[in-house]
Every structure is written in structure tokens, then in C-alpha cells.
Design a protein around this ligand. Structure first.
Ligand code: NAD
Length: 355
């Protein structure tokens, strides 16, 4: 039996509700896949502020270094909004990502056939979409020096080092090897030197992955192509600011925020979480959609633990539950046969996954 230590950060709002369902699914596949999951809980965000006075306790930073992967719900809420910026829940999450050294953000955009009508785009455009956006997370214009806001002018600097581009390119090529073996690197090389530099290094790293088909696209065209013909993409590799914008646009192809997972990975332990926030407006009502978090544990199994069969099992269980017409409230308008609660959806998926 394989044994994995999973750090669990439930967080605030709907966080505990959706993480409990993801753990239910992990436990359901444990016996059939011969895997044992050992959980350790850690505090972050509002829950940490209430218990310890700070959003990122030292115990959490140390604790996540001792596990194989971290499952995270969401943090934040109106209760903590009036605190100073560095004491707010969000700064705890940014600090945690930094402490974990995560430099790659993986954001899939999947359109489930059963929910093709949930998208704002036409079904024939989005049906079958399965994109992975690989975004560089710790470099580029968000972090470049010098930066300044003066009285008459302000500036930021877009910087990428060779090492930063090489390591994110490798992440994208490795992921593409597990998918359709196509990478589209997105930049603005017609205008920016830093983008031409990015492009040259991606070409270099590509030599180590001859099976992968590599293409390049300017970011303005990529934004247009995502809406025009999203099915043309398999893996999109891009920098921090372009990835920030494109991954949000791509995620909306699916039409519902409650469905999509994400991962932040790097040299150490990875963080796996839904793309949505803590949804304080529906917290405690048992109506949150747990699918994004359940899909996040599938990503954890595939990308952090190398448990492909277990990940496929969960992906199939999610698809089956949707195909059978089970819907939480947020997606109940789309071909629902039965509207179910958060815990019911978790149990249905866990049941399919264990078969
Ligand atoms: P949100 O994603 O929490 O909610 C946006 C809307 O989507 C809400 O109407 C909510 O009810 C709905 N929604 C979100 N997840 C859902 C789910 N699983 N099932 C059904 N409906 C769902 O974004 P927001 O309202 O802008 O932010 C709320 C709080 O979350 C804020 O404090 C914000 O700072 C925080 N936040 C945290 C993270 C994170 O922890 N990674 C990310 C974004 C926002």
C-alpha cells in the first residue's frame, strides 16, 4: 500500500464544506487503489486570524514542508475585510505560496459535455474543450525591479531570467507529455525584448521534448483565439501577467466557477485548490458545488503523487455524476435531473469513484 501525507487547509466560508467532500472522495478510492492518505490540518486566512491573530501561522509554514501535497479550500470573508492589508486572509495565502516556492500555476479549462449549455459561448464552439494554462507565477512584471509610483510618472519592469523561463517551460512540456503533446507558448515577441528572450528559451527547452508540437502565439491573438476556437489549444504556456488574464478568460469557457480546479507547483510541495473563493454569501447552507475541489484532488493525484489511475477514476466519477443529471444549485439550470446538496454531490462522486 502506498502512503501519502496530505496537508489540509480548509480555510473560511465554504472552504470546510467543500474540502470535506474532496476528502470523502479520496477516502473512497483509498481501498480500491491501495493508497493510504494521512491528513494533517493547518490554519490559514480568517480561521488562522481568529485562532492565532495572524493569517499565516509559522506552524502552517513548517507543517506544509513535511507533507507530500497540500489540499486547500478557500480563505477570506467580510469579517476580516477591515483589517490592515498585511493582516488580512489574502496576505496569508500569498505568503504561503511564496513560502512553498510555487512558481507554476496550472489552470485547466474543461467543458463537461453535460454542461455545454452553461457556457456563454455556443455549444459547438466549447464542446470538447480541454485546455491547460501553465502560468509562470513568481516573475515578470508583477515582481520586476525597478518599480515606482511617482507624481508625474509610474513604471513597472518586465523581467525574466533564463532559469525562470527554463523551469516553467519544462513544467509545460512535461504536462503536455501526459496530454495531447501540444504546447502553444504565448508572448508579445513582436514588441517586447523580454518576450523574444522567452521565445528563444522555450525553443531551446523544446529540443529535449521532440515528441511535443510547439507553436507560438502573440497574446492579443491568443485572447481572440480562446473565444473564437478554443478547441485548438492543448497546453498554453505563458508568463505571469498574460497568464493571469488568459487563465481567467479560459476558465469562463466552462460557464461555472464551481467546477474548475487549479494547482500551484514548484520545486517542493504543490498546493491544490479550486479557482473560486470562499463564497461567504452561500457558506453554511450546504449548497456549494464541491466539484472544483474534488477535481483539485484529481490534479493532486496526477501531478504531485503520480497516481494517474486514481486521478482518472475521480475524473470519470465527476463526469458520471454530471451525466446522470446530478446538479448543485449553481448549475441546476443546465439539464438537471436532481438538484443535490454539497454533501450529496460528494457522496455520489465518492460512490462512483469507488466502483
Ligand atoms: P467567490 O469565488 O468566493 O464567489 C463568487 C460567486 O461565485 C459567489 O456568488 C459565490 O456564491 C459563487 N461561488 C463560488 N464558489 C462556488 C461554489 N463552489 N459553488 C457555488 N457557487 C460558488 O468570489 P468573491 O465573492 O469575489 O470573494 C469572496 C471571498 O473569497 C473574498 O474574501 C475573497 O477575497 C476570497 N477569495 C479567496 C480566494 C482563495 O482563497 N483562493 C480566491 C478568490 C477570492
Amino acid at each position: 500500500m502506498r502512503n501519502y501525507k496530505i496537508g489540509v487547509i480548509k480555510g473560511d466560508g465554504i472552504g470546510p464544506e467543500i474540502v470535506d467532500e474532496a476528502m470523502k472522495v479520496l477516502d473512497a478510492i483509498s481501498a480500491v487503489e491501495d493508497i493510504n492518505f494521512e491528513y494533517s490540518d493547518f490554519l490559514l486566512g480568517g480561521a488562522a486570524i481568529d485562532a492565532t491573530g495572524v493569517p499565516l501561522p509559522e506552524e502552517t509554514i513548517q507543517g506544509v514542508r513535511r507533507v507530500d501535497a497540500v489540499l486547500f479550500g478557500a480563505i477570506g470573508g467580510p469579517k476580516w475585510d477591515s483589517l490592515e492589508r498585511h493582516l488580512r486572509p489574502e496576505s496569508g495565502l500569498l505568503g504561503l505560496r511564496k513560502a512553498m516556492g510555487t512558481f507554476a500555476n496550472l489552470r485547466p479549462a474543461i467543458v463537461y459535455d453535460e454542461l455545454v449549455n452553461a457556457s456563454t459561448l455556443k455549444p459547438k464552439v466549447v464542446s470538447g474543450v480541454d485546455i491547460m494554462v501553465v502560468r509562470e507565477l513568481t516573475g515578470g512584471i508583477y515582481f520586476g525591479q525597478p518599480r515606482e509610483q511617482g507624481k508625474d510618472k509610474a513604471f513597472n519592469t518586465m523581467v525574466y531570467s533564463k532559469t525562470e523561463v527554463e523551469r516553467i517551460a519544462r513544467v509545460a512540456f512535461e504536462i503536455a507529455m501526459k496530454r495531447d503533446k501540444r504546447v502553444c507558448s504565448v508572448d508579445k515577441a513582436n514588441v517586447l525584448e523580454v518576450s523574444q528572450f522567452w521565445r528563444d528559451i522555450v525553443e531551446e527547452i523544446h529540443k529535449d521534448y521532440p515528441e511535443i508540437e510547439l507553436s507560438h502565439m502573440y497574446v492579443d491573438n491568443a485572447a481572440m483565439q480562446l473565444i473564437r476556437e478554443p478547441k485548438q489549444f492543448d497546453v498554453i504556456l505563458t508568463g505571469n501577467i498574460f497568464g493571469d488574464i488568459l487563465s481567467d478568460a479560459a476558465s469562463m469557457l466552462s460557464g461555472s466557477i464551481g467546477l474548475l480546479p487549479s494547482a500551484s507547483t514548484g520545486e517542493g510541495v504543490g498546493l491544490f485548490e479550486p479557482i473560486h473563493g470562499s463564497a461567504p454569501d452561500i457558506a453554511g447552507q450546504g449548497i456549494a458545488n464541491p466539484i472544483a475541489t474534488i477535481a483539485s484532488v484529481s490534479m493532486m493525484l496526477r501531478y504531485a503523487l503520480g497516481e494517474e489511475s486514481a486521478a482518472n477514476r475521480i475524473d470519470s466519477a465527476i463526469k458520471k455524476s454530471l451525466a446522470e443529471g446530478y446538479r448543485t444549485g449553481d448549475i441546476s439550470a443546465f439539464d438537471a435531473k436532481e438538484v443535490v446538496s454539497t454533501t450529496e454531490m460528494g457522496s455520489i462522486i465518492a460512490n462512483y469513484a469507488s466502483k
